[in-house]
Structure formats: C-alpha cells, structure tokens
Write a protein of this length. Structure first.
Length: 202
C-alpha cells in the first residue's frame, strides 16, 4: 500500500522520459484534490531524493523518504522507528526505462505559466485505459510537474499543484533516517500469517 502511494505521488513528475527521476532542487506545498476532497503535503526534492510530509487526522506527521539513488524508501514511524522498503528506484518507473511512446501517447499543448513558472503543457493518454489520461504543466526550471490533472471518462478525478515553491537544495539531513531511529522488524510469525491473507504480488 505504501509503495503504491509513493509511485502514484511520483508519477506526475515522471511521465516525460528522463535519465533521472527528478532533477530540480526545491521545497513546496503540494495541494491535492482527489474525488473532490482536498489534501496537502510538504515535499522536498534534491535531484534523485524526495521527502514527503503529511499530517493525519490526529495531527501526527507521516514522513516518507524516497531514495531513488539507493533504490529504497523509508517511512518514519512512531516510537523512533522506521520501516524500509526496497525496490523503489528509477528502474521501477516505466517512463524512466522505456520510451514515453511505449506507455502513452504524448501530445504537446504549448506553453503556459503556472504559479510564476513557465511550463510546457503536455497531455499523456495512457495505452492502459485504466490509467486514463494526465495533463501536466512541467516547469523547465524545476523539471517537475507544477500542476497535473488526471481524467478518467472525461472527468477530472484528481489534481495536484505546487504552492509556496522555494528553490534551492534542501539539507541533506532531511533525506536521511534521523539519529536514534531503529529499524522496525516484523514480529516473528506475522510474515507467514500475512502470506495466507495477502495475495502474492504478480
């Protein structure tokens, strides 16, 4: 579930094929609207590293650190623990290892300025119809989608937009596991129990 959320978050910035997942260096608030419900999270990007911070309904902050350079994702948990997931890297994103045309029809729709950033407006119609289509406004300076909209059946299903953008490299420490954190280990026997409950990934 966490990995799926991570990839859905990263997808808007990765539609256009490029050698690295991200290139820009900045922090921003990402305002998302999914099925009419608004949500927000803070993101920090430093080339091939990304950090996402989001507060839950109880006011606690969930932190996910994506290290594309290491091929790993860390989720910071309560009680100074963290969970580690391997496999989240550039090779897991089809648009990184394949040509964009292999997964979607790409249409350039000209240039527009969004939140002060000149952007190339692009429409991506996925060959996998279940993914619908994505319109994104990609900043040439940030190399990141400042705005994106996902449509299915002609209706906007979700959107995201960067606000309060601050350029510059975030501190390296925000992409590291904080001192004093220990790795969360699944209790003995739980892994075997989950095998019988959760279908194996295909």
């Amino acid at each position: 579930m966490i990995r799926r959320a991570v990839m859905v978050l990263a997808l808007p910035a990765l539609i256009v094929a490029q050698e690295k997942p991200f290139v820009g260096q900045f922090t921003a608030d990402m305002i998302q609207i999914v099925k009419g419900k608004p949500d927000s999270q803070k993101i920090s990007v430093n080339r091939d590293r990304m950090r996402v911070e989001k507060k839950n309904k109880k006011g606690a902050t969930t932190v996910i650190i994506m290290r594309f350079d290491k091929g790993v994702t860390w989720t910071l948990m309560e009680k100074n623990q963290y969970m580690e997931m391997a496999g989240v890297s550039a090779k897991d994103v089809p648009t990184i290892k394949e040509k964009s045309e292999d997964v979607a029809e790409i249409k350039k729709l000209g240039e527009e300025t969004v939140n002060g950033y000149p952007c190339e407006k692009t429409l991506c119609v996925f060959k996998d119809k279940s993914l619908g289509e994505v319109t994104q406004w990609i900043s040439k300076k940030l190399m990141f989608a400042v705005k994106s909209e996902t449509r299915r059946g002609g209706k906007v299903e979700s959107s995201s937009e960067l606000k309060n953008i601050k350029e510059g490299a975030p501190a390296d420490s925000v992409f590291e596991i904080p001192p004093g954190y220990t790795k969360f280990e699944m209790p003995a026997g739980i892994g075997d129990m989950m095998k019988g409950i959760v279908p194996a990934a295909k």
